[in-house]
Ligand binder design. Structure first.
Ligand code: XMP
Length: 610
């Protein structure tokens, strides 16, 4: 393996999605971090200057390590483990781990003596704990670097919260320095990466850009690239990067109006692309008829995604033939979370298939026909790269919009009620809702969510009552934690809490899409008028074929969220004045009978409903 250009850290992902948080924190230090799977062969660990072992939902005490590559312990580079990783290190070197000693939430870490890992920190540091298993003894050569003390009322603390052997350069933290609740976790990670591993902070966006330009040139050679430009941040940044790498003459951009775009969006996208100096080959095709015909009768979310993905490829191939550029490579603005959420890494369940990872595209990737210069980056990093490339701020900070567009926000139904799980949902739901002074109505449809890192296709529940944001969020959290078979809570904004909700048969029709486009445009306008567009990360508007008035008119749901990477999210409160405006305007739309706001965090709900 050639020596990497930058010092790199491997983050071993033992499951859960915290591993990405660790990688992001390391990257913020300007050191490249890559996620590695536990069973990756030892050769794949060559060239790293250090390894971080993540936490895991598995129990170290029960030996649930599923046979990871233990040869990493023979490498002469520093290793630091968090939580499960910490316990594995202790165990590997002769210490003992037991099932017990649970700690949850904030604790105080007492640092035993000065150590390079805790350089610049106070003798007592607030840290975040979340564990059932604990290290109770250490092997030869290891020492306790820190212990925790909880408040006395909480029953005292814990030994071996931080351990290490300077001779072996092996360290472990029982707590999670990657989460913000560990106030100086960033400094601890920096001490490990920069001081103990000796990494040079050379991985800047300027360098990344130069390297990607070289990489694209090498991969493309004298061929040309054909890129589907949705107008979103990712494909626009990719387009600008391609233009820089191979010149605008060999770059063909195609914007497809798939009929699933926002109101007036396709026209705006083409205008923006033209204004960015991306050359003369900007093509546009209105393929809405093709998409709607393919989607006719499709109801199940994964099926819809599959059709949208396949139709994209069909349209792309058809247009390429028409333009005489079918031998071009396919450029894609795929980013890292797109691959992980499609089950692209071994341990992640398929939560939903992203359109740029459908089988046809996978085959093209295997044949070396796809160029994806952003595939290692998180969204924030793509935006940083976009700034490097001189793309206007407005464009870079647009809300992310999913590839399948409104296709995943227009729910479809065959009109059949799905109440199978209601027997176990309704009794605890009613009891909990009453405790908060809320009315609750479980809805006889399903939406996609994510629970304990697995896909969940479960019921939403509508809550009604004027108890204010904070209390509603608290109630929603409690209900989703305690009531089975639910993955979302929505809060009724209509004038009265509906008594019943019946699914109506509805598919992907132009009329319904137009209705959703109108509602979505009202929401986006409202956010801009109230100066909230930039403060909110994303705000899908969803049309749900549920009749609340017995007359077949549908329910609109607004989902304002705060997030950084889209991997997790919390609901963003909207001011009362805006809610009132939305209530008036949206309930006025013909075909709409109800309006609600989604108050679910991710997990357990995904950001999109499908
Ligand atoms: P979820 O719904 O999985 O969404 O919580 C996380 C982020 O990804 C976007 N998203 C997609 N983006 N193709 C995309 O390009 C897709 O198929 C897709 N599905 C979800 C979603 O809008 C959110 O920002």
């Amino acid at each position: 393996m050639p020596q990497p250009v930058h010092d790199q850290i491997a983050v071993v992902d033992f499951g859960g999605q915290y591993a990405h948080l660790i990688a992001t924190k390391v990257r913020r230090l300007r050191v490249l971090a890559e996620i590695r799977q536990p069973e990756d062969p030892i050769e794949m660990f060559a060239g790293y200057k250090g390894i971080i072992l993540s936490g895991s939902p598995s129990f170290s005490s029960f030996g649930e390590d599923s046979g990871y590559t233990k040869a990493i312990y023979d490498l002469d580079i520093p290793i630091l483990g968090f939580c499960f990783g910490h316990q594995e290190i202790a165990k590997h070197y002769g210490g003992q781990v037991v099932h017990g000693g649970r700690e949850w939430g904030r604790a105080s870490l007492h640092i035993v003596h000065d150590h390079p890992l805790f350089k610049g920190l106070a003798p007592v540091e607030p840290v975040f704990m979340s564990h059932y298993d604990s290290v109770v003894s250490l092997g030869e050569g290891f020492e306790e670097l820190g212990y925790t003390a909880l408040g006395e009322s909480e029953g005292g603390g814990h030994r071996y919260a931080a351990i290490g052997s300077d001779r072996l350069r092996r360290y472990g933290f029982q707590f999670h320095p990657e989460v913000d609740d560990t106030v100086h976790g960033h400094e601890m990670i920096a001490n490990f990466v920069l001081n103990i591993c000796g990494c040079a902070p050379s991985w800047t966006m300027e360098r990344y850009l130069e390297e990607q330009v070289e990489r694209v040139r090498a991969q493309v050679g004298d061929q040309s690239v054909f890129l589907l430009a949705s107008g979103g941040v990712d494909s626009t940044v990719a387009a600008k990067l391609f233009a820089l790498a191979i010149g605008p003459d060999r770059l063909h951009l195609l914007h497809v109006d798939n009929g699933l775009m926002r109101k007036g969006e396709s026209r705006a996208v083409v205008e923006t692309l033209q204004s960015l100096g991306l050359g003369a080959h900007i093509h546009f095709v209105d393929a809405s008829e093709t998409f709607l015909a393919a989607l006719a009768g499709a109801i199940e979310p994964e099926r819809k995604r599959q059709i949208i993905g396949d139709t994209f490829v069909e349209v792309f191939e058809r247009e390429a033939r028409r333009l005489g550029i079918e031998d071009h490579l396919l450029g894609q603005g795929t980013i890292y979370p797109d691959t992980i959420e499609t089950g692209g890494t071994k341990r992640s369940d398929t939560i939903k298939t992203h359109h740029n990872r459908v089988p046809v595209i996978e085959r093209m990737i295997a044949a070396g026909r796809v160029v994806e210069p952003l595939a290692e980056l998180y969204k924030v990093e793509v935006r940083e790269l976009g700034e490097q490339l001189g793309i206007p701020r407005d464009m870079i900070w647009r809300h992310p919009f999913p590839g399948p567009g409104l296709g995943v926000r227009l729910l479809c139904s065959n009109g059949v009620e799905d109440r199978e799980a209601f027997g176990e949902i309704e009794p605890p739901l009613a009891a909990l809702a009453a405790r908060y002074g809320l009315e609750a109505l479980a809805l006889p449809i399903r939406s996609v969510g994510v629970k304990a890192d697995l896909r969940a296709y479960e019921h939403p529940v509508m809550l009604g009552g004027a108890i204010g944001w904070d209390r509603v969020l608290e109630a929603a959290g409690m209900i989703l934690k305690q009531v089975p078979a639910l993955n979302r809570c929505i809060w009724n904004l209509g004038p009265a809490m509906p008594k019943t909700a019946k699914p109506v048969a509805a598919g992907m029709t132009r009329e319904r899409l137009d209705l959703l486009r109108e509602a979505d445009a009202l929401v986006m306008d409202g956010l801009r008028r109230h100066g909230l567009y930039d403060a909110i990360w994303q705000c899908p508007t969803v049309l749900v074929p549920l009749s609340l008035d017995g007359r077949g008119r549908e329910l609109v749901i607004v989902r304002p969220i705060e997030s950084e990477r889209g991997m997790t999210a919390v609901p963003a409160p909207l001011p009362e004045a805006l809610l009132a405006e939305l209530r008036d305007a949206i309930l006025e739309l013909a075909g709409v009978a109800g309006l609600a706001i989604d108050v679910t965090s991710k997990p357990p709900g995904t950001i999109e409903w499908e």
